[in-house]
Design a binder for this molecule. Structure first.
Ligand SMILES: NC(=O)C1=CN([C@@H]2O[C@H](COP(=O)(O)OP(=O)(O)OC[C@H]3O[C@@H](n4cnc5c(N)ncnc54)[C@H](OP(=O)(O)O)[C@@H]3O)[C@@H](O)[C@H]2O)C=CC1
Ligand SMILES: O=C(O)CCC(=O)C(=O)O
Length: 269
């Protein structure tokens, strides 16, 4: 959060001063310095693919669902754009400047233009201003926290109206809120899976750097889709085996993989 490809270029430059030109040492770089096509949109695109996988499981699709998104930076703005293109209705968004709402669906391309010009969602003419503090409790089908950690807690968990929460930010829901929401029947797609599109395409960037070969954007996006769809199936399988929720399923899957590799190498388990 609060960084961009320029920041990563400086990290690459500093490291390379001491160790020679080493593009694979950091990811999220500008394309001209060995960045990957599609990395900019990857976390938001992964959020879309992960949301599609979850909704399919519930006999629904993104089209026609009402979304609320907290945060309109790299992740939130790409998620909003791709959800809008997929036919989803983004009914409220917020950033540090304020929060806006239109129950008929915000015109996201127009909002992106406004944000570019005004550095924030505040003052956008195509929607009504609302209190930033009310964003998580806005009426919607799907809530996407895409800003800070710890925003969903015991103070506000009971006010949440969404049926699904897609954790695009890192650790937006604290454990007490998790319990409250679970009792309310809210389905949470955990950060470790929901925002993994970013680190997945960072992995693709590293692969391209060590191969010395650049993929086209269609290949990046197709590989990302494959990983997210397979990841969702694997998490669901874990949930079935252990009769647990998606967060526990995702963690169990990850820990099991590391444990298996550790044992295979002959280390103490
Ligand atoms: N970028 C990535 O690839 C990945 C990001 N993440 C996580 O996603 C989240 C967002 O990251 P990213 O989009 O990259 O960060 P950015 O810095 O690009 O965007 C953050 C956004 O959150 C907004 N924001 C900050 N504070 C608040 C607040 N109190 N209420 C509402 N909005 C707020 C910012 O507003 P403003 O612009 O006005 O300051 C901005 O719109 C973080 O939790 C990050 O760890 C997870 C995986 C990958
Ligand atoms: O690109 C990466 O390696 C990780 C990005 C990420 O997870 C984050 O920004 O929180």
């Amino acid at each position: 959060m609060g960084t961009n490809p320029q920041t990563m270029a400086w990290i690459l430059d500093e490291y390379s001063k001491f160790h020679g030109y080493s593009p694979a040492v950091v990811t999220g770089k500008p394309i001209d310095l060995g960045g990957s096509l599609g990395r900019d949109a990857a976390t938001g695109r992964g959020v879309l693919f992960a949301t599609e996988a979850l909704l399919n499981e519930h006999g629904k699709s993104v089209a026609g669902q009402r979304f609320v998104i907290q945060g309109f930076g790299n992740v939130g703005s790409w998620a909003a754009q791709l959800i809008h293109e997929a036919g989803g209705k983004v009914v409220a968004v917020s950033d540090i400047s304020g929060a806006i709402k239109d129950k008929n669906g915000i015109d996201i391309p127009a909002l992106l233009k406004h944000v570019k010009e005004h550095k924030g969602v505040k003052g956008f003419g195509g929607a009504n201003a609302i209190e930033s503090s009310s964003i998580l409790a806005e009426d919607c089908d799907i809530l996407i926290p895409a800003a800070l950690g710890g925003v969903i807690n015991r103070e506000n968990a009971n006010d949440i109206k969404a049926k699904f929460i897609i954790e695009a930010a890192n650790h937006p829901t604290d454990p007490e809120a998790d319990e409250i929401l679970s009792k309310k029947g809210v389905v949470i797609l955990p950060d470790i899976f929901a925002n993994s599109g970013g680190v997945t395409v960072s992995y693709f960037e590293w692969v391209q750097n060590i191969q010395g070969f650049m993929w086209d954007e269609a290949k990046v996006n197709a590989e990302l889709k494959k990983y997210i769809q397979q990841g969702f199936k694997d998490v669901k399988e874990m949930c079935k085996t252990h009769n647990c929720d998606l967060r526990m399923g995702a963690f169990t899957l990850g820990v099991n993989r590391v444990a298996r590799a550790t044992v295979l190498r002959g280390w103490e388990a």
